[in-house]
Design a protein around this ligand. Structure first.
Ligand code: CP
Ligand code: NVA
Length: 313
């Protein structure tokens, strides 16, 4: 059993820092908040008088809007800014910014190019720092992914998920971490250049503990029999300089009707979105009967609420 107080005041930068029980607690809380939301309980101002500062170095639709709506529904005030509108854009350091805003706000959500920026914010701010996506991880997304799979498959245990495409990006990393924590089989199917070898090594002890399996392969036949096929864009934000090479290497890893047929009828299709239709996924798959991408996106709201509540209530 998790003591809810044990989550209070913590940073939410990586799911590596959270135990299996804590992750299950956050998922159960998300599910509970979602069901209350559907019963009409939308405004629960438990965090009235608190402020969430969001600093986003990159564009965002789902993360920005879901965090803002989640905080608002909990009674919080929200400030959104990009670095250019802050003195950060004129060279004030992350450390000095963190020390100052920490005296005003109760939590800082940041979307950054470099994961180290989050660590630097956390070093100088006492308030919880929430990772709204970095080059390395996207833990809010992984929570929503796990909640969606739990709802759709009716269980959290023993799931098999294949991530096909850029296996070394933020979304793939967070999926591996949550999969390792929850005892899943996660298959990363990617060209060798995009294998998440370093993270897989770092997760060895965790997988041994939970019985999870991390399989890394360059063979798309390895989608057979999985519960879910997951993909993400081939060119993540900040990687535009490599766009041409990535599109070329990743072309054989497109999730299309043929690949979904190889996976099997039981497999759902997942994508964190935004999708580049016609690249990593075809229209017929993302709009087809196996796709659960809109439920996945919807769950960003309820998981964001759970995180804010757990860290701040
Ligand atoms: N999935 C996700 O994080 O989307 P946004 O970039 O729109 O926030
Ligand atoms: N891997 C993508 C995820 C966007 C939500 C990116 O970093 O651009």
């Amino acid at each position: 059993m998790v003591n809810p107080k044990s989550l209070r005041g913590r940073d939410f930068i990586t799911l590596m820092d959270y135990t299996t029980e804590e992750i299950k607690y956050l998922l159960a809380l998300s599910r509970d908040l979602k069901s209350r939301y559907y019963q009409g309980d939308r405004y629960t101002p438990i965090l009235t008088g608190r402020t969430l500062l969001m600093i986003f170095e990159k564009p965002s639709t789902r993360t920005r809007v879901s965090l803002d709506v989640a905080a608002t529904q909990l009674g919080m005030h929200v400030i959104y800014s990009n670095p250019q509108e802050l003195q950060l854009g004129r060279g004030e350091t992350i450390a000095d910014t963190a020390r100052v805003v920490d005296r005003f706000v109760d939590a800082i959500a940041a979307r950054v190019y470099r994961h180290e920026t989050l660590l630097e914010l956390a070093r100088y701010a006492v308030a919880p720092v929430i990772n709204a996506l970095s080059d390395q991880e996207h833990p809010l997304q992984a929570l929503a992914d796990a909640l969606t799979l739990w709802e759709v498959k009716g269980r959290l245990e023993g799931l098999k998920v294949a991530f096909v495409g850029d296996g070394d990006n933020n979304v793939a990393h967070s999926l591996m971490i949550i999969g390792a924590k929850l005892g899943w089989e996660v298959r990363i199917i990617a060209p060798r250049k995009y294998w998440p070898t370093k993270l897989a090594e770092e997760l060895t002890e965790e997988t041994r503990r939970t019985g999870a399996q991390l399989v890394i392969s360059d063979n798309t036949d390895d989608v057979r029999g999985v519960d879910a096929v997951y993909t993400d864009v081939w060119v993540s934000m900040g990687m535009e300089a490599e766009a041409q090479e990535r599109r070329q290497l990743l072309r054989p890893y497109q999730v299309n009707a043929e690949l979904m047929a190889r996976a099997g009828k039981q497999a759902v299709f997942m994508h964190c979105l935004p999708a580049h239709r016609g690249e990593e996924v075809t229209d017929d798959v993302i709009d087809g009967p196996q796709s659960i991408v809109w439920d996945q996106a919807e769950n960003r709201l309820h998981t964001a609420k759970a995180v804010l509540l757990a860290l701040l209530a």
